[in-house]
Design a protein around this ligand. Structure first.
Ligand code: GGG
Length: 363
């Protein structure tokens, strides 16, 4: 079996952590008779430098010709100097990833957070709070506040006003709700829909549509929760959640919050999917320019993103599970990259962590 992967390392720590994810895929492929073919493509700051745009047509074409996209991260201080007036028309590295998600209508961003017992001591939360937590945040990412019109900075009689618009169409809510309900079917059958129904019309519509979709999934328990309360509950009692479905900005914020279960964004993968098996897989974190090029970043976010690719795009459940087990084993054996290291642990570099996962897969 051959799987063609659009391989987009991006900027900052992207290339370092992606190299480890590729190593792990090659190792699992050798064991399972799958050939992963990587086609390296440019996006983000590195593409701005070479082509003047963050998402070159050549990259989009390469993605169209692939079975899935493995993405690192984009951005960095080198490209932050422009005085942006409109983030959608400015040439910014982030625009590269947003265009990719929009072009392929990858509206559902799946962000799992399941704490590892051996890392409970790293988290600011108590072990009894983390025990048995297993949350997935499903974030709508092609609409909402980050894309609504009108947007911009307008001059009104000498006073400037910054404007963004939170707007959702019924069909946009319906498709993300269905994605979340389908996901919940294979888990513990509970959905929490997060909104601000008490203060925003877009949330009133959101809640109505989720209720309508729920009628098609009678086996799934549905609760609605305000975003502010969801933030509190994710800290006080994460195990009350299974699948959370929410809009772009709430999902962005709440999923970062769940990184506190591991005390690091370095273990947080994501899958971006739409109506087909084609998906984009990337760490939720950015480029970490302060540690880029030092071989100290945690590659597990990228390795676990590759694992999600096996699961969601390729239906390779068994292989995905083996990566999960290998990661757990290496962490259980005390190996830690700098972000989660403390005295008594065995400190390893980015590439050493990748090698350890490969070795655990081969055992
Ligand atoms: N891997 C995630 C990443 O590259 N983040 C940096 C970034 O520009 N994010 C904007 C976004 O995710 O919309």
């Amino acid at each position: 079996m051959i799987k063609n992967i659009a391989y987009i390392p991006g900027d900052g720590v992207g290339p370092e952590i992606m190299a480890e994810a590729a190593k792990v895929l090659i190792a699992i492929g050798e064991k399972s008779g799958i050939e992963f073919k990587f086609r390296e493509l440019l996006a983000g700051g590195i593409a701005i430098d070479k082509f003047g745009v963050p998402m070159p047509e050549e990259t989009l074409e390469g993605c169209r010709e692939s079975d899935a996209i493995l993405f690192g991260s984009v951005g960095g201080p080198k490209w932050d100097n422009e005085p942006w007036e409109n983030v959608h028309t400015a040439i910014t590295p982030s625009r590269g990833i947003q265009l990719l998600r929009q072009t392929f209508e990858l509206y559902g961003n799946i962000r799992p957070a399941k704490p590892y017992p051996c890392l409970y001591n790293k988290s600011p939360l108590k072990p009894e709070i983390l025990k048995d937590a297993d949350v997935i945040v499903v974030r709508e990412q092609c609409g909402g506040l980050y894309f609504g019109e009108p947007r911009g900075i307008f001059n009104e009689k000498g006073i400037r006003r910054g404007v963004n618009t939170l707007s959702y169409r019924e069909d946009e809510v319906e498709r993300i709700a269905r994605l979340a309900f389908n996901l919940a079917k294979g888990r513990s059958k509970k959905i929490t829909s997060v909104d601000k129904h008490n203060v925003m019309e877009s949330s009133i519509l959101w809640r109505q549509v989720v209720e309508k979709v729920a009628l098609d999934y009678p086996e799934i328990e549905v609760e609605h929760m305000y975003a502010d309360n969801a933030a509190l509950q994710l800290v006080l009692d994460p195990k009350r959640f299974d699948v959370i479905v929410t809009g772009n900005i709430f999902g962005d914020i709440l999923s970062d919050l769940t990184a506190c279960y591991h005390a690091s964004l370095g273990l947080m993968p994501s899958a971006s999917i739409g109506d087909s098996k084609f998906g984009l897989y990337e760490p939720i974190h950015g480029t970490a320019p302060d540690i880029a090029g030092k071989n100290i970043a945690n590659p597990l976010s990228a390795i676990l993103s590759a694992k999600m690719m096996l699961e969601y795009s390729f239906d390779l459940e068994e292989e995905a599970l083996r990566i999960d087990k290998a990661v757990e084993k290496v962490l259980n054996n005390g190996y830690r990259t700098a972000d989660i290291y403390s005295e008594g642990d065995i400190k390893v570099s980015t590439s050493e962590m990748g090698d350890l996962i490969v070795r655990a897969l081969q055992e």
